[in-house]
Design a protein around this ligand. Structure first.
Ligand SMILES: Nc1ncnc2c1ncn2[C@@H]1O[C@H](COP(=O)(O)OP(=O)(O)OP(=O)(O)O)[C@@H](O)[C@H]1O
Ligand SMILES: [Mg+2]
Length: 322
């Protein structure tokens, strides 16, 4: 059985200007022990996909219109709120883009961690305190015992981010969703966080790692899902995506990896801009930026065509096997 299986997920938002689809017919799965990367430009629906898995889409304005989300074979979308709370943290945990999404400003760090552990585990307060301290030390927080008495606002952004990571990992979840977990951190701490995530995988968890950065994908992931403008553009294992990218958008993204020599190089950007969600239409969403677009791309939505084992691309050129 697959650890997570998302099928035909569609999510809309209702705004003053009308309804738009933020996630359109997205299907993918995660196996036990895998690190799957979800990559794509800003606004393409990565966070909305992730939040849907945990049923954290604010509704209204958001709505899961369609789709199934099976975790250990159970449909997450049908669970009652109590069962859902049990899954959050212990089954699936999330490292958010912003620490403020996970840390309450009103309570001390220690209390937040301890309460969280006690909600899921029948152990003493003292044991929960020890576990919290151990995890703060694991994310390289010095003087963990003392830091437990701090409020989030008394700590730097980098420290808050690491505390959130400790909270996401400390219950030993089966799946960690890490949404741009290192955006706010400097390079050295970024490297430490990725090291921690790698260790975590070896111990127990599968990881869905969301990023803009193909360099991070290359360093960290086993498999890759590329999203563009609310849909999956391509999916494949790491070598397929990097050595045989089948979607023109993936090729564009790969052209945008900075050289790893340390010498900054001008990024090769993809011509044009991501359409606004209100301009999404039938047909391929990438067509206006695509150097290969032809009539059919305007008229018809390309489905995900198989181009290899577990390698699929939503491009009519992939259908023809070119
Ligand atoms: N709460 C919300 N209300 C209205 N629109 C939203 C909400 N959350 C997300 N959206 C819209 O849904 C679309 C997808 O957003 P999402 O946050 O998933 O993008 P993303 O791929 O995570 O981008 P980024 O890389 O910038 O984090 C965007 O157009 C965004 O503006
Ligand atoms: Mg996001």
């Amino acid at each position: 059985m697959k650890l997570l299986e998302v099928t035909n997920l569609s999510v809309t938002f209702e705004t003053d200007d009308g309804i738009f689809k933020a996630v359109d017919d997205v299907s993918f799965h995660i196996e036990t022990g895998e690190i799957v990367g979800l990559v794509g430009e800003s606004g393409c629906g990565k966070s909305v996909t992730a939040l849907s898995i945990l049923r954290l889409i604010p509704s209204p304005p958001g709505r899961i219109e369609e789709g199934g989300i099976l975790f250990h074979g159970k449909d997450v979308l049908r669970l009652d709120p109590r069962e859902m709370r049990k899954i959050r943290g212990r089954g699936i945990s999330m490292i958010f883009q912003e620490p403020s999404a996970a840390l309450s400003p009103l309570h001390r760090i220690g209390r937040q961690m301890i309460e969280n552990i006690l909600f899921h585990q029948k152990i003493s307060r003292k044991e929960a305190r020890n576990i919290s301290e151990k995890w703060l030390t694991a994310v390289k927080i010095a003087d963990a015992g003392e830091r437990m008495f701090a409020y989030p606002f008394q700590l730097s952004g980098g420290m808050q981010q690491r505390i959130m990571i400790a909270m996401a990992l400390m219950l030993g979840p089966d799946l960690v969703i890490a949404d741009e977990p290192t955006t706010a951190l400097d390079v050295t701490i970024q490297a430490q966080v990725f090291e921690l995530i790698r260790e975590m995988r070896q111990k127990y968890s599968s990881i869905l790692l969301i990023t803009h950065d193909m360099g991070v994908i290359w360093e960290m992931c086993d498999r890759v899902i590329v999203m563009y403008a609310s849909r999956i553009a391509e999916e494949g294992n790491l070598t397929d995506i990097f050595s045989k990218p089948a979607h023109p958008y993936t090729r564009g993204l790969l052209g945008s990896i900075p050289k790893l020599t340390g010498v900054p190089e001008r990024l090769k950007t993809i011509h044009g801009q991501v359409p606004s969600p209100f301009q999404y239409s039938s047909g391929c969403h990438f067509r206006d930026r695509c150097p290969h677009a032809f009539d059919r791309c305007q008229a018809e939505r390309p489905s995900l065509f198989d181009v290899g084992k577990g390698h699929r691309a939503a491009c009519f050129l992939a259908e023809k096997g070119i």
